[in-house]
Design a protein around this ligand. Sequence first.
Ligand code: C2E
Ligand code: MG
Ligand code: MG
Length: 739
Amino acid sequence: MPMNSQPDNDDFMDFVEDDAAPKAEPLRKWRVAIIDDDEAVHESTRFALRDVQVFDCPIELLHFSSAEEARRHVDAFRDVAVAFVDVVMETPDAGLRLVRDLREAGLGDMRIVLRTGQPGYAPELSVVSKYEIDDYRTKSELTQTRLITVLTSCIRAYNQICMINRSRVGLEMIVDSSTTLFRRTNLELFSWGVLTQIAALLQVSPRGFVCVNSQAGDLLESRIVNAAGRFSDLLGKSCREIPDALALDLLRKASSSERAVIEDGFFALRVSSPPDSELIALVETEGPLADTELALLELFSSNIAIAFDNLSLVERLDQLAFTDPHVNAPNLNAFDAALRQRIQAADKGFRLALVEIEAYHEILADYGIPVSQRFLRSVYGALSEASHPPMVARIGDGIFALLGDEANIRRDAITAAFETPFEVEEAEIVARPKSVIMDVDEKPASAVGVMCDAMSALTYAKQSRREACVHFDADMRREVGRRSRLQAALKQAVKHGDGLGVVVQPKVNLLTDECVGVEALLRWRHEDEQISPSEFVPLAEAIGLTQPLTDFVIGSVGEWYAKQNVNEAFSVAINLSMEDLNHPGFARRLLRQVKLAGLRPEAVEFEVTEGIAMKNRPVVVRQVGILRDAGHRISLDDFGTGYSSLSQFDHLPIDVLKIDRSFVNTLSTVSAKRSIAAVVLNMAEALNVQCVAEGIETEEQKQALLFLGCETGQGFLMGRPQPMSDFAIGAAGHSASLH
Ligand code: C2E
Ligand code: MG
Ligand code: MG
């Protein structure tokens, strides 16, 4: 407004009532400072403004009789809307200096009107603009009407400036709060942020609560996730327990409203995150809200809606990351987190169990995925029921892990959980679990270490064919420790060939003592200890190391065989691992290795254990068939120990049955006829396959076998396994020269 153009009396009324007039801030009075050394001015101003209201609010006057006095009370100017400053006081420019000081003291919002007794003291224009002087009047000019007009105009400007400033601060707050809210992925932290930010925008202390309804269910069941002020006691409760009827009523209104609801001294805001989460914040206000506050709250609401969506998304991702969606149970991540927490808080020991449904893949193959998943859900339920351990998680295909303590992880309870078959739809599934229970007494170094121990214990329990649920004690721990050390060493041995060697044991014609072939047996020396193949072969199987071991044997046999002078009937038997035969490409690869080693197929016989007859899987049968078709003879090793049924042999392409040592060392000439060896020999005859007796240690055993018609044998009696370099076959290849 130009400095000297003020509205006259009539204009003034329009001016006050026009649309642009600011709405009064609630519970306000306008503070107006009069700084003048002329007492009469104070008096006349007081008189002129008595009972005057501007924008519906009264005026409060502050009086200062000198620039110095005003300067001393600079703090009193904080809420002053307008100051009328006399230019000439202690000095001719005392008023101007005061204005400069007040502005420099940070009083930027306050409007200033300069007054002077004589026209000659008008300030320079540069001063007017630098110190934001709103008006300049001679004292005589300021009649009551003009005074009120000037005052109203200044209050309007002041109010607008305040509003703009408040918006700016509020916007800064919203920007800040949005970034902090976005960072808060935890619902409690987030809701506290919402509560405090709303309170800050309303310029009140946080008094209210935030509730969350995560399943879009009954509003009264919503959980109060944060509360402050007189509502603090509600924390953790459901909305049903809110004692304040007004608050509850407003909550209901807010839950069905798209916009914030402001009523009865409350501000309530609802934000939702599709599909099924909603958050309602309710904060107590102090009196009615100003437009600025409402506008800011509106803006803030849209921001928290986005942040809440973000939070819900993070929580959903969290849920996905920590839940097995098929079984609806905690998964490996969840278990790992719980285990870490337990270790960190390890004030006392804890107990952990792993339960593996053996042959889960067979259940999958037999019943299909949906039934198998429902079956796992039942297993999860049964394990959770069994003494209620704090954490049951599905950590692998058919593997569950339990975390708790002695009281809630019990062997009998785990075993009992599987006693009756699981009825899933029409199917009755018998679960064969293998479990280990492990006590962790001392604070372990890491969760990874604990899980490694537990998994090795489970592998050990499965391989050592112990009872269904084993307690992992100190002895077992030592054994498992040895296993993992040996496995690590075996990997190195396979890589560099360290300590590996092959020995051969003759197979002899029992009638003529002629050596008809040898069996190649692998040897491994590790740290001055001769490790038995019965120990290291299963270890190698467990970590998929058998193929390179077989390659090593074939390579060694090839080198040795090339130096021998043997006839065509002489063959070398090489043992194969059950595990390898389960791999579809194994046989073809093996044939290539044999060829690479320079060996004819007729010179190499493969020994497979009786287990393959038991499993009799099509893939195994096919592999064996490929080897046989290529010209290799196939022996069924350790026959009689693997519980095969006769019908299974029909499918197996085999040439030789090797009678297991356990049936040979009980043989005597007297009892020969009634022995299992006799049955096996009869069976071999019926199946038209050759029979070889293993482990012949005495002359009597040999005679008994001859009596039963067994012509080929192997055992310490005829020759122990010995290094290849010590073993040479006679020039004609008919008889072995045994050193
Ligand atoms: P196997 O194939 O049944 O081999 C015969 C085992 O009986 C050998 O034990 C041999 O030393 C032993 N033996 C032979 N005659 C007698 C006897 O008169 N009395 C007694 N008490 N024992 C006798 P070894 O070498 O300790 O091998 C044990 C098992 O380890 C083998 O049983 C075979 O299943 C496996 N194995 C050995 N070498 C290899 C290999 O290169 N690859 C695979 N996959 N397995 C192998
Ligand atoms: Mg063998
Ligand atoms: Mg054998």
